[in-house]
Design a protein around this ligand. Structure first.
Ligand code: ADP
Length: 249
């Protein structure tokens, strides 16, 4: 089959903070239909790379393309509307709203960023069929009328991912989607990410290397802001420099 299509790419990405270089010379290609991971020890620059890709931070130098268009100087809301959507480590669901309303509110937001502008109730009503379809696709339809705050930890994360899917992302960035989860929840969220990645690109920061080995097609290892290694799990995990980095030497 043909090479997977690159939907997001960075070349020579660099960011310094008053002389301290947090990210240096990073090249990254994110592919449609793949699950990719960004890993590395604390302080390696993973969050900064996410902030640069989503344009929350301006790069000091380098270039970023999304779906073939230069977004190096684009504002975050524009990048989100173009299809690059990020889900945060801290849960972003509204606990007192029902599961269905969480998705309906997400569906009426143009970019997933900024202030919530509530539309009329009838406008929200028109979103119900799409919201229900989305809940079915992530396996939350049985919980539609429950308060989001009453969901289990794992199902809250599923709902949170569903609210990002409401924005119809082409590229989904996930910040530690399995953080704090037990084995069963990890399985549930892994299944969801696999299904999400069938017609999208997924790039995730993940500390759990068992999850990365199980789920990710391509892994980029950062250390002190630079790419240390990249490849499939087998390649990356047998790299001597990666072993040393993870032993904290
Ligand atoms: P990771 O997500 O891999 O743990 P970060 O991207 O958060 O790493 O941080 C990379 C490095 O950049 C760290 O040394 C951090 O202290 C530094 N850094 C991140 N953001 C800032 C900032 N706004 N000002 C100064 N230093 C920063």
């Amino acid at each position: 089959s043909a090479e997977p299509r690159v939907v997001l790419s960075a070349r020579g990405l660099k960011r310094d903070f008053g002389g301290f270089i947090a990210v240096n010379n990073v090249d990254l290609d994110v592919h449609h239909g793949r699950i990719q991971a960004l890993i590395g020890p604390n302080g390696a620059g993973k969050t900064t790379v996410f902030n640069l890709l989503t344009k929350f931070l301006q790069p000091s130098s380098g270039r970023i393309e999304l779906l073939g268009r230069d977004i190096t100087r684009s504002p975050p809301a524009k990048v989100a509307r173009m299809g690059l959507v990020r889900s945060f480590q801290i849960s972003a669901v509204f606990p007192h709203l029902s599961v269905l309303d969480n998705v309906r509110v997400a569906l009426q937001r143009p970019s997933g960023l900024g202030v919530q502008f509530w539309r009329s109730l009838s406008a929200l009503d028109r979103l119900t069929p799409r919201a229900e379809e989305l809940l079915r696709s992530v396996g939350l339809d049985d919980a539609r009328n429950r308060s989001a705050g009453d969901l289990s930890y794992g199902r809250k994360r599923v709902l949170e991912i569903a609210t990002t899917l409401a924005l119809d992302p082409k590229v989904l960035l996930l910040d530690e989607p399995m953080a704090g989860m037990g084995h069963e929840d990890v399985g549930m969220v892994s299944d969801l990410i696999r299904s999400v990645a069938r017609d999208r690109a997924v790039l995730m920061v993940e500390h759990n290397l068992t999850v990365v080995a199980d789920l990710c097609d391509w892994i980029t290892v950062l250390q002190r802001g630079e790419i240390l290694a990249a490849g499939d799990y087998q390649t990356v995990s047998s790299d001597e420099r990666v072993k040393v980095a993870y032993m904290g030497t």
